[in-house]
Design a protein around this ligand. Structure first.
Ligand SMILES: [Zn+2]
Length: 349
């Protein structure tokens, strides 16, 4: 057998084994079993975008679910779980009130405008509550998070001035990337994902500074379109009673050990008061950007919020620390059919 033939066979076997495990997990996972202790599953979404939407081009695959897939997820969730707002489950737990045996809370990180366009209509139709974690000082502005700024910048260079790949200010990217050769066509979403992960070894501030420098030195003025929610959209969703706002800091900085204590306090406390002032409702829930949390950050969050979510994968019980809740991240590539989604919920894979 040729090497290629061997590879194809290996790939087919691997795929069949994976599918078999998915079937087992979707049938016998935690979502399908009874338990003595109440269980909480917190789903983590970011962006809901149609496959052909131009906004998907700058986004890592792990960030997106299509509206069709999202609707399928929500129908399944409604079938298997009691769906409560995250703050409601925590309130009932703290008061010692009875909790549903199997509960699900739906969450969205960052505050993307597509949550209003594509997720909110589905949630309204199925009458399902959800929490959107807002980056308070970016909502209603045309600012972007650094991964989308970086993706836009690299796509712009590839399309409009590829000779600039040799520029010394780009060395920190070009010399550390393996999957992309810095030529036309522009990096695809997997390659952008590698570049973004590599950049995470630097601080958020340093990355923004480096992107600013590249934009200035290479005279790149082509800005990407605004992608975040407006306060008006958020107010409308909150007024429906289905959507609650949580905080995701002021500027989406990582709350790790390297972070200055004054900045930690500012990001955790001021984001809460800013959102409360804009929406006229109290903010009880918090989400750590990138899942990073130093002990000091958790301590501050405990003083100001009823609960907080991480990016650590898993289910929660009443004994899970309310300020370090696990979530189940969902994106299109791993959940586009019912079996794959249920397998994801199972907590097995
Ligand atoms: Zn985030």
């Amino acid at each position: 057998m040729s090497v290629t033939g061997k590879n194809i066979k290996h790939y087919t076997v691997k795929k069949a084994v994976k599918r078999g495990i998915q079937h087992l997990a979707s049938s016998f996972g935690r979502h399908n079993r009874s338990s003595k202790e109440p269980q909480l599953l917190v789903l983590m979404y970011h962006r809901i975008l149609p496959q052909r939407d131009v906004r998907t081009r700058l986004e890592e695959p792990g960030m997106i679910v299509t509206p069709e897939t999202f609707k399928m997820h929500m129908s399944i969730v409604k079938q298997y779980f009691e769906v409560l707002p995250l703050s409601q489950w925590i309130k009932q737990k703290q008061k010692g009130e009875p909790l549903p045996a199997r509960c699900c809370a739906i969450t969205f990180d960052d505050g993307w405008a597509d949550n209003y366009e594509f997720a909110y209509p589905v949630l309204q139709q199925l009458k399902l509550p959800a929490t959107i974690f807002l980056v308070s000082d970016m909502i209603g502005t045309n600012q972007l998070f650094w991964p989308e700024r970086l993706s836009h910048l690299l796509t712009d260079i590839a399309l409009n001035c590829p000779e600039q790949w040799q520029h010394p200010e780009l060395k920190w990217i070009t010399e550390t990337t393996v999957s992309y050769q810095f030529n036309n066509p522009p990096p695809d979403r997997e390659q952008l994902s590698e570049i973004i992960n590599q950049a995470k070894t630097l601080s958020d501030e340093e990355i923004h500074n480096r992107i600013d420098t590249i934009e200035t030195k290479l005279q790149l003025h082509n800005k990407p379109p605004a992608s975040l929610l407006s306060w008006q959209q958020m107010s409308e969703m909150c007024a429906s009673g289905l959507i609650e706002a949580g905080s995701h800091t002021c500027h989406h900085i990582r709350l790790d050990d390297k972070q200055d204590e004054n900045i930690l306090a500012q990001e955790i406390i001021q984001s809460k008061s800013h959102i409360e002032k804009q929406l006229g409702q109290s903010v009880k829930t918090f989400c750590y950007p990138n899942g990073d949390h130093s002990d000091k950050a958790v301590e501050l969050v405990k003083q100001h919020y009823q609960c907080a979510v991480t990016t650590r994968s898993g289910w929660n019980t009443v004994s899970t620390d309310a300020h370090l809740l696990n979530r189940m991240g969902v994106h299109e590539d791993i959940s586009s059919d019912k079996t794959a989604f249920l397998a994801r919920l199972s907590g097995w894979i």
